[in-house]
Design a protein around this ligand. Structure first.
Ligand SMILES: [Zn+2]
Ligand SMILES: [Zn+2]
Ligand SMILES: [Zn+2]
Length: 296
């Protein structure tokens, strides 16, 4: 099974939509042609956060979904399951779903889409998009409201939402533990976006999961703050990711074979791709870029 990073930036993109800082200028100079061709130097250009598990499970629906479809030549009608981490705009652009179905979509592989998210994310969708959504399209959107630590089955996947350290009190941002049996193996992904240092009950979950099932196949770490220790927006910088990874190794949720990848970067984090890769490598971490594919 492939895991594909479609977009790897924080909310404003990199270069950011409205910014002329040196980090954005460095990325901007590379140009769209190189980004489209997927050259190594174009790893400085990052679009808003989205990932694809296999061909049928999409994580998040940012404003750059359309660009991802074009760049990766995706048939998004193959997606059966959509997981939404939280309702920040770089993870959920709800209006996009109003053009899925009825007269907007033909010859779809799957008419039905199962959406997994917090209650507030679903409420937000109908608040801002309900007036534009026709009934025929709405009938094919199947919402599954999640509660922290309550696993749900999505076709061949088991999804366990975990509470993220992100957003204000009362919001419901989720980290996800995604599992799938494939060829006798338990493929297991911890998708830890967006979040600052994890809550005690999340650490307890990691400990219990490690005891019951052993190490996971892959972890994706929030690395938004780059060269900063952390910030107050519920994210992590590089040094915090390395500390978190050490603790996860001690618990056994990360093992020798676990693929660890840093992801979700802000221009305010400053590091270039090569600088990030040089820092991450001694800690056994990869650095994501738009279009990166990992074979699990
Ligand atoms: Zn984000
Ligand atoms: Zn900038
Ligand atoms: Zn966020």
């Amino acid at each position: 099974m492939n895991f594909t990073y479609l977009g790897t930036a924080a909310a404003e993109g990199w270069p950011a939509v409205f910014c002329n800082c040196p980090s954005c200028k460095r990325a901007e100079k590379i140009g769209l042609a190189a980004y489209w061709a997927g050259t190594k130097e174009a790893r400085e250009i990052r679009t808003r956060s989205q990932s694809l598990v296999g061909e049928d499970l999409l994580i998040d629906l940012p404003p750059d979904t359309y660009l991802h479809k074009l760049r990766e030549n995706l048939d998004l009608t193959k997606v059966k399951y959509l997981l939404i981490t939280h309702k920040h705009m770089d993870h959920f652009y709800p209006q996009e779903l109003t053009i899925r179905g009825s007269g907007y979509s033909h010859d779809m592989v799957n008419e039905d889409l199962h959406i997994y998210c917090a209650q507030e994310t679903m409420d937000y969708f109908y608040l801002v998009s309900g007036w534009e959504l026709d009934k025929a399209s709405d009938r094919h959107l199947h919402w599954h409201v999640l509660s922290a630590f309550q696993p749900v089955q999505a076709g061949p996947y088991w999804i366990t939402p975990l509470p993220a350290s992100h957003m204000k009190e009362g919001n419901e941002p989720f980290l996800y533990h995604i599992e799938k049996e494939e060829d006798g193996r338990n493929l297991s992904i911890l998708y830890l976006h967006d979040s600052g240092y994890y809550k005690d009950e999340v650490w307890d979950y990691f400990e219990k999961t490690a005891k019951d099932k052993g190490p996971v196949t892959m972890v994706s770490f929030d690395s938004t703050s780059g060269d900063k220790e952390t910030d107050h927006g519920g994210h992590m910088g590089f040094s915090e990711v390395f500390r978190v990874k050490d603790r996860m190794e001690k618990l056994g949720i990360i093992g020798k074979e676990t693929i660890c990848c840093m992801n979700h970067f802000s221009h305010n984090g400053h590091y270039s791709y090569d600088e990030m890769a040089a820092l991450a490598s001694p800690h056994g971490c990869l650095v994501s870029y738009d279009g990166m594919k990992l074979a699990l």
